[in-house]
Design a protein around this ligand. Structure first.
Ligand SMILES: [Zn+2]
Ligand SMILES: [Zn+2]
Length: 248
């Protein structure tokens, strides 16, 4: 691929590889955080966004709790948006009717079964009351950015782009979810094998650091100094499996 025609996300992913954690997750979080900070800065009265929030009934749990840290006027912005949301929920409750609920029917049969088996597990699932009619807008931004980053990464590896391969090699590597998606989308064996090799080398190095951290935590080896990398290897192991911790 001609470097001049690289999409913007190509350079963003190269930069994200220099940061801690999965580079694809990093770009997703940056995009979601950018959305939340611009909402608090001057987007609270954005008509289209407010209409979407009425459909989604607000942000998801993760992104809603990032709002208080999204800017100086966050509390006022949260109050304005959530006043609107509470009014929407109240209106939609007015329209709700005690009709046939599939969950209520299911609950009845489960309760009957629970009495028989002494197991009180309540079934969860879609509800016909107050359903979200749109995705959380911050999740949507995150997913768009992640998809763009994944596409750039895959295209570069398929093009045998050494700069990208080297950047990925030097990064903390892809989390399990993005590793899966990338492997599944590879078009050639060569690119697939390259990603497998890079990942296996990274995992082997991390496992060695975990080995040393665990060994030196034993009282018999307490006099041996734990390096900085070994000391925080548990955090990189966690992020490698579930993705990084979120925050603004
Ligand atoms: Zn990731
Ligand atoms: Zn969300």
């Amino acid at each position: 691929m001609n470097k001049g025609s690289q999409p913007f996300s190509y350079f963003e992913i190269l930069d994200a590889c220099k940061e801690p954690d999965c580079p694809v997750c990093t770009l997703g979080h940056v995009s979601a955080n950018r959305h939340l900070t611009s909402l608090i800065f001057d987007g609270v009265n954005d008509v289209r966004l407010r209409a979407t929030l009425r459909k989604s009934l607000g942000y998801c749990h993760e992104h809603a709790w990032l709002l208080p840290d999204a800017g100086e006027s966050a509390t006022l912005g949260i109050a304005i948006i959530h006043r609107d949301l509470l009014n929407t929920i109240r209106r939609r409750l007015d329209e709700s009717d005690f009709g046939k609920s599939s969950r209520r029917d299911k609950l009845k049969s489960v309760v009957a079964e629970a009495i028989r088996l002494d197991d009180a597990t309540i079934p969860m699932g879609p509800t016909k009351y107050l359903p979200s009619k749109a995705q959380c807008p911050a999740c949507e931004r995150r997913d768009e950015a992640e998809n763009l980053a994944l596409k750039s990464l895959i295209d570069a590896l398929e093009d045998q782009d050494e700069q990208m391969a080297e950047a990925l090699k030097m990064s903390d590597g892809l989390c399990l979810s993005h590793l899966r998606q990338t492997l599944e989308s590879m078009r050639s064996r060569q690119a697939f094998d390259k990603l497998v090799t890079i990942t296996q080398d990274q995992l082997s190095a991390l496992i060695l650091e975990l080995d040393e951290f665990i060994r030196k935590s034993d009282h018999r080896f307490r006099r041996e100094k734990i390096s900085d990398n070994e000391r925080e290897s548990w955090r990189r192991a966690l992020q490698r499996v579930v993705g990084p911790k979120t925050g603004i």
